[in-house]
Design a protein around this ligand. Sequence first.
Ligand code: SF4
Ligand code: FES
Length: 340
Amino acid sequence: MKVTIDGQEIEVAPGTTILQAARMIGGESVPPAMCYYSKLKGTGGKCRCCLVDVTKGSEADPRPMPKLVASCVTGCQDGMEVASTSSARVKEARKSVTEFLLINHPLDCPICDQAGECDLQNLSFEHGKSETRFIEEKRTFAPENIGDKIQLHMNRCILCQRCVKVAEELTDDRVHGVLNRGDHAQISTYIAAAIENDFSGNMIDVCPVGALTDKTFRFKSRVWFNKPFNAHRTCTTPGCCGKTTLWMFGNEIQRVTARKDEYHEVEGFICNTCRFDKKEVADWTIEGPRKFEKDSVINQNNYTRKLDKVVINTEKGILEGRDIDRKKISMAKIPLDNNK
Ligand code: SF4
Ligand code: FES
């Protein structure tokens, strides 16, 4: 089947969605996705970020679709023509969806662990408005512990339900989900039942915002001060790929995550032992510096560009005593050739 997205034609297999076809083309035409996750079955159709304009339905029925459609759950038809970034209507809709997602989302990026690698931050950067029109009070919830290593900040949740799918697919028993409906909908355990499962930590990786955070890393460092390295170990947990990214500050492993691709999706799921318990360099075979795939705040000043040293334009007095830290942040000693 042939499908054209923003004027670029591609051949796809029957059953391919518009979003998947756009990802095959790559570049600017790829719609943003906050709930779809290619590694998890049944995701998509919740956030409406991926709306596109189908200007020609198919060769057999060339009528345009009257409304914008969610590209992650709409299948391609032979001869279909789609406008993504080339459509003003789509751009306007993405702005509105972003505004809607931010209605209840707190603007606490300065203290949120996800800042720098947050999909909502990136979405707002690209499609957000600089001012809010929302004058009502935002929903607020008390932070909740989901097991002893994961914390849920429901205030930040956008109800994408990816974490629910992780629990359904990777764990034996799902003990959390969406409780209530409409404005009262929230992710919660039933109730405060801990999620004790070898793979529950993957919920942190799939969460597009900072609603689910790693308690072993919370408030330790801003992510952009850490150097990410690819590493692996021989893990005996069935189903764990053992391939991770270590986020290091000097020689300390600050946190361990799964490796993520250009769409910020994990390449392989990892178990809780690798994620939470292996924080010594000796536990890992370190392969080399990891390149950032996804364009994000975290990419700014990263070591894919050659820097002799990190220059922080702050008053001298404030930096006094920070020499050791500055050395740890500096990427000067990283072999750039390993970072292709
Ligand atoms: S906690 Fe995160 S992954 Fe779960 S529904 Fe909310 S935003 Fe999505
Ligand atoms: S990514 Fe398509 S609706 Fe969320």
